[in-house]
Design a protein around this ligand. Structure first.
Ligand SMILES: CC(C)(COP(=O)(O)OP(=O)(O)OC[C@H]1O[C@@H](n2cnc3c(N)ncnc32)[C@H](O)[C@@H]1OP(=O)(O)O)[C@@H](O)C(=O)NCCC(=O)NCCS
Length: 193
């Protein structure tokens, strides 16, 4: 077993096309651009909304606060060779040391959808989580019908395990949530194929 991550530094994750880094207050406008887009928000709930600079700064502090508390991390996604602007985010949350599992999540500005960026980021995120958090399982849920997110999870090797019927009150209606899971042994089998 590798030692569990000690949170002494915020790691940068690199993939072929992406650089995932800690967010700072300089990323506030990027988050407003991201979460101010109704297409991005279609299957997400943010309360309070992230629609002005103080709210965005509060959100960045809240995300980084979870790092300080050592129970979650959210990276800003930047595109290599295209400056340092954040175009999306991803991370893990609800990490349970006792049950050795965590949830993950992600989002991306619509201008960059459909280019495989979140699949690439999620591969790196899942790898980092299994390598550093001593996990047995990584899980995610998404609103039934969020086809892009469902495809990302399937492409990264997750199994759709069930549906929480009318689990969440989202934009004025109760919606079904699909639960996805990836076990360590499945991840290892896939990564050695
Ligand atoms: C879901 C989301 C993160 C996908 O990001 P992305 O970078 O566009 O995803 P990828 O390019 O890696 O695509 C992965 C697969 O999903 C498919 N896909 C992506 N968006 C899709 C859409 N809106 N409808 C149908 N399929 C879609 C892609 O075609 C690809 O499948 P393929 O390789 O079989 O063609 C992005 O649409 C998003 O930010 N949505 C809003 C936020 C959100 O819903 N987050 C998830 C909450 S659970």
């Amino acid at each position: 077993m590798t030692p569990v991550f000690d949170f002494s530094h915020f790691p940068v994750l690199e993939t072929e096309r992406l650089r995932l880094r800690r967010m700072t207050h300089d990323d506030a406008q990027a988050l407003i651009d991201l979460y101010g887009d109704p297409e991005v928000m279609r299957y997400l709930i943010l309360d309070p909304p992230c629609d002005n600079i103080p709210a965005a700064i509060h959100m960045i502090d809240w995300m980084n606060g979870h790092f300080e508390q050592q129970n979650a991390m959210r990276w800003g996604i930047t595109l290599k060779g295209q400056g340092d602007s954040v175009v999306g985010t991803c991370g893990f949350h609800f990490w349970s040391r006792e049950h050795r599992r965590t949830d993950i999540g992600y989002d991306l500005q619509t201008a960059y959808w459909g280019r495989g960026y979140i699949t690439e980021a999620t591969h790196a995120l899942v790898r980092w989580c299994f390598d550093h958090l001593d996990l047995h399982r990584v899980q995610a849920d998404c609103t039934s019908g969020n086809t892009g997110s469902e495809r990302v999870l399937e492409k990264v090797g997750f199994t759709m395990e069930g549906i929480w019927r009318e689990n969440t009150f989202e934009h004025g209606q109760f919606v079904d949530l699909k639960q996805y899971g990836l076990l360590r042994r499945e991840y290892l089998a896939e990564s050695t194929e």
